[in-house]
Every structure is written in structure tokens, then in C-alpha cells.
Design a protein. Structure first.
Length: 166
């Protein structure tokens, strides 16, 4: 196969892959799109630890002090797509699903000027959008903009990775 045809074929496969991923994300019932930025140099292990801490703080606020005893599927769900790894400006675009009947509370945690993210990352900033029921291709496509079939596997992180198993 010539180089020209290889790249043409791979581009089509990449579009199909991304369309399939967007379709799959719709099945999760995400309620919020949140961009989180550190606004400083941060290593990947520190960034992951901050996300873990953030999820636990959200669950404690939304579910209560015994959130860790609640099954993972009933806790706050999220997927984080890391960007800026090549030029020292880590940030994540993420999709969130609040625990049942807690979607408004989740938005309020981030919706104030110095919200929950700034309690964890003093220099951090965030942007929050509510997601409609139905198709949200614009949010999902934006969040996945730097993802592709050959992306490093640590650049797409799921919240349940941080949920302790009990």
C-alpha cells in the first residue's frame, strides 16, 4: 500500500473510531462537561492524585461521609482526557455523571469562584457546562479532540479507577 493511501485509509478509520467513541459516551448519561486546569507545571502522578482527591471530595459532599461504602456505579462517574502533556500545560477535559438526584449539587461544587477544585489546586481554574439529555456531540467531540487510536493509554482516565473496592 502506498504512503498516500495508508494515510487516507487511516484517517477514515480514525473518524469512524472517534464517532464510535462519541456514540458510546452518550450511553453513560453524563450531566456535566468540566475543564480543569492546574495553571502550573505538574507531573502526571500529581495530576492523577489531584483528580482522585477531587472525586473523593465530590462524593463526600454529594453522598455523605460514608461514600466509600457506596458501590462504584452509584458514585460520581467521570472520564478525564488529558491535554497539554507535550508543552507543560496539563489540563483535562472531562465528562461527569452525578450520583442519582445530585446533578445540581455537582454543578454547585464547581460553580462558585473559589470552588472545590481550588481547594485542591490553589492555582487551578475550571469551566463547567451542563449537558442536555440527548445528543451532545459538540461536548464529546471537544473532549476527545486530542484522542486517537494511538493515544497513550494514561491520557484517558475513568473515575472508577479511583473508587476503592469494598
Amino acid at each position: 500500500m502506498s504512503k498516500k493511501n495508508y494515510f487516507k485509509s487511516d484517517s477514515i478509520d480514525q473518524l469512524r473510531w472517534k464517532d464510535a467513541l462519541v456514540d458510546w459516551f452518550h450511553e453513560f448519561g453524563f450531566t456535566h462537561a468540566i475543564t480543569l486546569s492546574w495553571n502550573r507545571t505538574v507531573a502526571m502522578p500529581r495530576a492523577r492524585a489531584d483528580l482522585c482527591h477531587l472525586l473523593r471530595r465530590c462524593d463526600r459532599a454529594l453522598i455523605g461521609p460514608y461514600f466509600h461504602k457506596v458501590p462504584s456505579e452509584e458514585r460520581t462517574q467521570a472520564v478525564f482526557a488529558f491535554e497539554g502533556t507535550g508543552y507543560d500545560h496539563y489540563h483535562v477535559h472531562s465528562l461527569w455523571r452525578a450520583p442519582q438526584r445530585k446533578w445540581f449539587g455537582l454543578g454547585k461544587l464547581f460553580g462558585v469562584q473559589r470552588g472545590i477544585w481550588n481547594d485542591i489546586v490553589e492555582t487551578g481554574s475550571c469551566a463547567v457546562d451542563a449537558i442536555n439529555n440527548g445528543r451532545n456531540d459538540e461536548f464529546f467531540g471537544y473532549i476527545l479532540k486530542e484522542q486517537h487510536r494511538f493515544s497513550e493509554d494514561n491520557l484517558l482516565v475513568w473515575a472508577d479507577e479511583f473508587h476503592p473496592v469494598r
